[in-house]
Design a protein around this ligand. Structure first.
Ligand SMILES: [Zn+2]
Length: 287
């Protein structure tokens, strides 16, 4: 909400200033857009090597070697998932939601890539299929698979509910799952949990106040989003306590369902694919 300060009258040229057309911050025309055809071909004859069923209101970790695919599928009922990705060999390299948003926009779909934090800044994963790509943007400005939310967490819930204690938020679920997977202490794992890709969640910003909103996810059982690992990945997925996020999260009120994660090994990597290279910026030029 913008404050309405009585001394701040619009200047005489306010209309002209507002009329200046926007410029895309990060034109991605210089980023090679992945060619999807080799990924489609690579699915022929692939073999499922692992699957993990993420229980409702809980999270699980999964491993995806570089050059493999993974799918997140809705089962049983509409359900939103909060996804974290790390370089499996170094947890300090992790998904960078903010820069991914700056590059690809507020919501991701096929062909978009999930970038890692600085100073690594390289593609961790490529989205190779999305059965909800038909949704686009609705009349409210909502769309699916956002990188604008963070993850529901007990601290924000405590602030907004004046003391509420709820420990099955996605932040908490992801923290516990990472601790189980790595054996690291919970407080250490909490620092590795990061802003997510909100899988299947339908979100946007209200046009009048610019506030973050959610609405019932259009996902239905059988829908999936598919990724290709550009490096060895450790992933964690939380089945959000908000369920389809049609009403609220941070409580046990919403109907919740599990989410299925499957990992596939292609017979051969997609033609032309190489593991994600290190970022070419030379830090001896300055930080
Ligand atoms: Zn959540």
């Amino acid at each position: 909400m913008k404050p309405d300060h009585p001394d701040h009258m619009p200047p005489a040229d306010a209309v002209a200033r507002r009329a200046i057309p926007p410029v895309i911050c990060y034109p991605v025309s210089s980023l090679p857009r992945p060619d999807m055809a080799p990924y489609r071909t690579a699915r022929d004859g692939w073999a499922k090597m692992a699957e993990v069923l993420v229980p409702a209101r809980d999270a699980r970790c999964f491993d995806v070697p570089a050059g493999h695919f993974f799918r997140i599928t809705s089962v049983d009922g509409p359900q939103v998932g909060d996804l974290n990705l790390w370089n499996a060999a170094d947890l300090t390299e992790r998904f960078f939601s903010g820069k991914t948003r700056a590059l690809h926009g507020t919501h991701l779909s096929t062909g978009d890539q999930m970038w890692s934090n600085l100073p690594y800044m390289r593609a961790l994963a490529t989205i190779t299929d999305d059965t909800l790509d038909w949704y686009g943007f609705d009349e409210f400005g909502g769309s699916v698979h956002d990188v604008i939310g963070t993850r529901c967490d007990p601290y924000t819930h405590n602030l907004l509910s004046h003391g509420g204690q709820y420990h099955q938020c996605c932040h908490s679920n992801l923290t516990r799952a990472l601790a189980t997977r790595t054996g690291l202490p919970l407080p250490v794992c909490e620092t590795h949990v990061h802003d997510v890709l909100n899988v299947f969640m339908c979100t946007g910003f209200t046009r009048d106040t610019g506030q973050y909103f959610m609405k019932a996810s259009p996902v239905r059982p059988g829908d999936y989003i598919e990724f290709f690992a550009d490096v060895d990945l450790l992933g964690a997925l939380s089945a959000c306590p908000g369920g389809d996020c049609s009403s609220e999260h941070s409580s046990d009120q919403a109907a919740c369902h599990p989410l299925l994660v499957e990992v596939f090994r292609p017979k051969a990597p997609p033609a032309g694919w190489q593991p994600s290279p290190a970022n070419g910026y030379d830090r001896t030029h300055g930080l």
